[in-house]
Design a protein around this ligand. Structure first.
Ligand SMILES: NC(=O)c1ccc[n+]([C@@H]2O[C@H](COP(=O)([O-])OP(=O)(O)OC[C@H]3O[C@@H](n4cnc5c(N)ncnc54)[C@H](OP(=O)(O)O)[C@@H]3O)[C@@H](O)[C@H]2O)c1
Length: 383
């Protein structure tokens, strides 16, 4: 297994970490981990040198930590560094934090967690933690040996990322969503470089955008780009190598859901190293990115000049869901996102065609027409 520096620590992390959020399950039931399949996958990865295991309170309906604890108790705990996360959205008091951490230690069958993250930090959770004086609490817990290093995972804008990064001097690491389609999304490449520059280890999550970049075959326009490359790489390997190519990345987590994926990603990790892609390889990935982006029909940049819509339509969010559904050929996922993430009073059919948005849009998008198309596409027939 290739290993890489982990921020300022005198420890090398395996290039591939195991993300325990997408384990195989029974009957598609998230809380029912198929242990007969999942345990050999985790053991296989560790035996091949994976030394970073990532889980969280909430994964698999709170069963991921229990599962990881069971497997590690079979002689694997000392071989790995264990990361888990405080469920930020459930924390209201100091007592909550104590309760979560103590329960996690029990579930994980360990006396300490190596890397403890404040899960899914955004502006709201960050403010709440500051009110609760999180760092005083965390330093006490580290002094008690309950966990060794503090970090955070992140989902918000770059500006929020920067303020969190600069809001505490003793972060050891952070975890960001990063892949060749998300260079400028959330923390993005700027966040990667800023964190590494401050000496933090950077753990990459969603390197395959949750599996979307691994679909094989990919959309024809992307398949053509890869076919012309002269490399016999799967779409997953292209995406993973792109992340590993960047020296600021400490490791990437993959949420592997089959043994075949574990085997493939172990091979990929073995091929990886910083700055190993050629200019031609990087050009292939750039073309693949552009080919995917070209599948998104609405040139919305999420600048939000169109907001607030007098009728309450969440214009950029609706367009984002529509574009993503077409880029990744995921009608069902798009329909679910539209149903559950956009409230009825913000859906596209609230548009009264006043046209205010169209006068404000710097991209001159025909918003009214696209809202109708998006609503029709994202609403299942008969509902
Ligand atoms: N802290 C946070 O807020 C947060 C958020 C997200 C993730 N995470 C962590 O980061 C980890 C990684 O994120 P992720 O799971 O989204 O990673 P990812 O690598 O982007 O997506 C994982 C999915 O990619 C597919 N896949 C993996 N290897 C493949 C291969 N060789 N060939 C084809 N498909 C492959 C599988 O999809 P199919 O199952 O569809 O085959 C798998 O479930 C998570 O498991 C979790 O531990 C943390």
């Amino acid at each position: 297994m290739k290993c890489r520096p982990f921020g300022k620590l005198d420890w090398q992390a395996s290039a591939l970490g195991f993300g325990c959020m997408r384990l195989p399950t029974l009957d598609g039931e998230s809380g029912a981990i198929d242990e007969d399949q999942a345990a050999p996958m985790l053991r296989r990865a560790i035996e091949d040198g994976v030394n970073y295991i990532d889980t969280a309170w909430s994964y698999h309906r709170e069963q991921s930590e229990v599962f990881v604890g069971k497997v590690l108790a079979q002689g694997y705990r000392e071989k790995v560094r264990l990361a888990t996360k405080m469920p930020s959205w459930l924390v209201n008091t100091r007592d909550d934090m104590d309760r979560f951490l103590d329960t996690q230690l029990e579930r994980l069958q360990t006396d300490h967690i190596d890397f403890y993250l404040l899960h899914s930090l955004n502006a709201r959770h960050w403010e709440n933690y500051l009110k609760l004086n999180i760092f005083e609490w965390a330093e006490r817990k580290m002094a008690q040996g309950k966990f060794r290093y503090l970090g955070f995972s992140f989902h918000d804008s770059y500006e929020v990322f920067e303020s969190i990064l600069n809001g505490y001097d003793n972060w050891t690491f952070c975890q960001i969503q990063y892949n060749y389609m998300d260079i400028n999304y959330q923390a993005g490449q700027r966040g990667l470089l800023a964190a590494a520059d401050k000496g933090l280890a950077v753990v990459v999550m969603e390197p395959l955008r949750g599996g979307r970049l691994a679909k094989n075959p990919p959309p024809p326009a992307v398949a053509e780009v890869f076919a012309r490359s002269g490399r016999d790489w799967t779409p997953a390997n292209w995406a993973l190598q792109w992340v590993w190519n960047q020296p600021e990345v400490s490791l990437l987590l993959s949420g592997m859901s089959t043994m075949e994926q574990v085997e493939q990603n172990l091979v990929s990790a073995g091929q990886s190293s910083p700055n190993s892609l050629t200019p031609e390889d990087l050009a292939v990935i750039e073309q693949a990115r552009l080919a995917r982006e070209a599948l998104a029909p609405i040139p919305c940049t999420h600048c939000e000049y169109c907001l607030p819509c007098p009728s309450g339509v969440a214009i950029p969010s609706v367009f984002e869901i529509y574009n993503e559904a077409l880029m990744y050929d995921e009608l069902r996922r798009g329909q679910n996102a539209y149903k559950f993430d956009i409230k009825d009073e913000n859906k596209a059919d609230c548009c009264v065609e006043c046209g205010t948005c169209e006068t404000l849009c710097p991209q001159q998008i025909e918003i009214i027409t696209w809202l109708k198309k998006a609503h029709a596409y994202l609403t299942p027939t008969g509902s």
